[in-house]
Write a protein that binds this ligand. Structure first.
Ligand SMILES: Cc1cc2nc3c(=O)[nH]c(=O)nc-3n(C[C@H](O)[C@H](O)[C@H](O)COP(=O)(O)OP(=O)(O)OC[C@H]3O[C@@H](n4cnc5c(N)ncnc54)[C@H](O)[C@@H]3O)c2cc1C
Length: 414
């Protein structure tokens, strides 16, 4: 019997498994695919230092009308899906105000201040430094109004001591000469890292886990069964047993927890990517975010990756990459993108809870089960620190940060 089964080999589960292995626990990591092949595969690869502003529902009536008409490239939806997420959206709405943002920022700072150093430590141990770039990333503001809308982010960065630098069009042109000169302002966050292949990083951490003696096996997490003294799962053609289990299945976490009576308000906020070549000698030096249109362009090993914002649709509904189509001409007018390098757009699913914070800690009322999921827009960033925290909690150490904001009980009146 092993000490721990970790279910899910995305960035979150791999990091938890690696930290447990580093503490000498015998760990079996289970996934139906190879490590890092789902949400942790196709994201923007940002390890964000300043994740203080959750994605909220705008109060501006014009923005709301664009959303209602499904015309905004930053938020697409399937009409049939909306009744299913109405309660979730109402909870998000109740937090879409200054007090909600302040509370989120204070809690998320607990994780964000450790995100970059924790990634760098794992990258050094795993020999994955080659993927990391310490260039920071840039937000682009097309208009005075959108720049004014960033005031809260700047205020929170000042409060928590996070560096940034605001640039005008000339300043931006100096560091990104191939962007069209159409921006009112830009700002760079130099303490944020990015990676050139998120799946490569996740796989490198999984390889390090295996080098430490951890076992990775293919299996279906839905075979999880309680035993007299722990848990079992059918994986790798055998029944694997362990005293404890960590559920880190990202957007699929509910498949395991709901049958146990733990019904979390977890939804899948879908997003797409496509890689492009660059025309002529054009180079993009940093990941960039077009704040108005809610998309990113980031240099990756395969080309320049365009990632979209949010699509509200059933987790398993067929892809509808409408946002990507809307964004292509906008992105091409910003940077001289050349040929498309993917046959079809990639679809990913952010595991999202309505307070925009993850669950890290014990499963309420289920002995021997731990939870590490719901990292939403920041799971690549926060996987390593979350893994460290859950491993510390499971091995009787005092976690590096206070885990109370991340307790599962907050969704069950606790
Ligand atoms: C377009 C886009 C851009 C993003 N950009 C960023 C970014 O720049 N920075 C950032 O921090 N975050 C970003 N994110 C969010 C980030 O990608 C996610 O929060 C993160 O990858 C979640 O990791 P995870 O390990 O929880 O889930 P996943 O990576 O999805 O891992 C879950 C694993 O569970 C496995 N699984 C599911 N069901 C079963 C089963 N029944 N049996 C066995 N295995 C199962 C899956 O195969 C998968 O490997 C982005 C997301 C999207 C969609």
């Amino acid at each position: 019997m092993s000490d721990v089964i970790v279910l899910g080999a995305g960035m979150v589960g791999v990091s938890a498994a690696l930290h447990l292995a580093m503490k000498g626990r015998s760990v079996v990591l289970v996934d139906r695919r190879e490590p890092g092949e789902e949400t942790s595969y196709g994201n923007t690869g940002i390890v964000e230092r300043e994740g203080y502003i959750p994605v909220t529902i705008p109060k501006d009536p014009r923005a709301l009308l664009r959303y209602a008409l499904n015309q905004a490239p930053e938020a697409n939806y399937h009409l049939s899906h909306l009744p299913k997420v109405a309660g979730w959206l109402m909870q998000l709405w109740s937090r879409s105000n200054t007090a909600g943002v302040e509370a989120y920022a204070a809690d998320n700072e607990l994780l964000c201040r450790h995100a970059v150093p924790e990634h760098r430590a794992l990258a050094a141990a795993a020999g994955a430094e080659r993927y990391f770039r310490q260039t920071g990333w840039i937000r682009l503001y097309r208009s005075p109004a959108s720049f004014a809308g960033a005031a809260k982010l700047f205020e929170l960065c000042d409060r928590y001591g996070v560096a940034y630098r605001v640039m005008d069009a000339d300043g931006l042109a100096e560091i990104e000469p191939h962007l069209a000169r159409i921006m009112h302002k830009a700002a760079i966050w130099p303490e944020t890292d990015s990676v050139s292949w998120p799946a490569g990083v996740t796989k490198a951490y999984a390889a390090r886990f295996q080098a430490l003696g951890g076992r990775f096996v293919h299996g279906d997490a839905r075979s999880l069964t309680r035993t007299a003294d722990g848990w079992s799962v059918v994986a790798g053609g055998e029944t694997v047993t362990a005293r404890e289990v960590v559920v880190a299945l990202g957007p699929w976490t509910g498949d395991i927890l709901a049958p146990l009576g733990l019904k979390f308000p977890l939804i899948a906020k879908r997003g797409y990517h496509m890689h492009f070549g660059a025309t002529g000698n054009a180079v993009l030096n940093h990941p960039i975010v077009d704040v108005e249109h809610g998309f990113c362009l980031t240099p990756m090993e395969k080309g320049i990756r365009l990632t979209t914002a949010v699509e509200f649709a059933d987790r398993d509904a067929p892809p509808t990459p409408r946002q990507l189509e809307q964004l292509k001409p906008i992105a091409r007018a910003l940077f001289p993108l050349a040929e498309e390098r993917d046959e079809t757009p990639w679809l990913g699913r952010r595991p999202a809870l309505p307070d925009s914070l993850p669950v890290i800690g014990r499963a309420p009322g289920v002995a021997g089960m731990w939870l590490d999921f719901g990292h939403g827009h920041l799971g690549f960033t926060q996987g390593p620190i979350s893994g460290r925290l859950i491993a510390e909690a499971m091995t009787g150490q005092t976690p590096l940060v206070d885990l109370r904001p991340f307790r599962a009980e907050r969704f069950f009146g606790g």
